[in-house]
Design a protein around this ligand. Sequence first.
Ligand SMILES: Cc1ncc(COP(=O)(O)O)c(C=O)c1O
Length: 489
Amino acid sequence: MSELLPPIEQMLVESGGKLRAAIETIDVNAQGICFVVDPSTRALVGVLTDGDVRRALLKGATLESPLVDVMKRKFTSLPADTPTEEIQRRLTPKLHYIPLVDGQNRPVDYACAHRFRRIQVAQPLLTGNELAYVTDCIQTNWISSAGKYVQRFEQMFQEYCGVPHALAVANGTVALHLALDALGIKAGDEVIVPDFTFAASINSVLYTGATPVLVDVLPGNWTMDPEAVKKAITPRTKAIMPVHLYGYPCHMDELRALADRHGLFLVEDCAEALGSRYKDRPVGSFGEANTFSFYGNKTITTGEGGMITFTDAKAYERAAILRDHGMSKQRRYWHDHVGYNYRLTNLQAAVGVAQMERIDFLVAAKRRLGEIYTRELSELKGLVPPPRSPDVVNSYWLFTMLATDECGVARDDLIAKLLLNGIETRPVFFPLHQMPPYQKYAPKGGCPVTDRVSSQGLSLPSAVSLTDAEIESVCSSLKSILGRRNLFS
Ligand SMILES: Cc1ncc(COP(=O)(O)O)c(C=O)c1O
């Protein structure tokens, strides 16, 4: 993913011209192909490759021959919003270039086999010891959940978070469920959850039989509003679940103080925030049990995977048993509890260990990306990046910002236009209380901040493998779209 391909403009030639113009275009773009467009509508009408030119000259064409007599009229093109996987599937050894067109059949981008130009939102970086460690598992036959990498992964994680215990599990969702279960959360209890989060946060509460109590987020950093939490506490409240959304740490001083004052557990959902810090303490070290996700798009990945960090030793011991079918640690096949199989495999942990070896590099790369985006985009009217505060280190899992009304371009239009410029983005989560399974938990008065942020937020490409040129391309596309200088707007 190093150099960028020539922009689409350098690939285009008008159909009214001569063969000479097409050869000149191919000479400049150095791609061996050009796309022929109608001069008035800019619609794609043909393609011409080096090979087509050679064959035409051999058949007697000259540099002055009309281009329309030589170009190929039968060719493959795809809509610019075709899913990445589909475009990749269509690129074959015989079909190296595919023009990507907008709704009016105008070429706005192109894909090619040796360099796919779409800049993705997230991508794992598996270039350390991942392959060597996985190979070790396979060569030694330790592919299931027994084996040295699971414990090593837990050890590295617990040291990184500065906590006494860590437990590796199958994914971030079961991590939340197991954390709540190990703390004894059950039917009849209430757990306070932000309205603005991924569904796994609330689902895990529902798995325990407890009732989720939704609260709104703060307008500045979109994390759980401590004042709203305070008002939501009832005699049935057992836990508060702060979610460090998109990497931004919640107001942990206030939330910890509330939990302590009311005798509640704190369960941090750190799925999106590995590497983030609040007042110089890592997230995942404030609550009794805290969870992480290692899905493929996360800051470190094991494919699927999760971790629970504990400051409460009893909860850790209980969770370790529940993770393994509730089986007694002393007596094999003796079950004191109804447990689960929530184990992580040694193969996955092997990837996790290799990822943790590079955690400082990965977090630094995310931080750098966040700094560049913040610097470059802050000047754009109506775009609101996450705030910066001396109290927090944001690990920018996904660099997420608001496209407010002042932008003059609605969030979804901005997403569509960026895609036409070869840039993938993601809209943020929907408010939980608006979706069918959770409507019954909508708080009185709703969650107006979540409603607004949810309709305006989008995440930019945030993979650690992004090159400077790619980050620059995202920023300049945004600048030109919002400056209305974009060719395709
Ligand atoms: C905030 C939050 N919590 C929990 C999860 C669940 O993690 P997993 O996908 O590993 O089950 C995610 C996953 O994306 C998440 O974003």
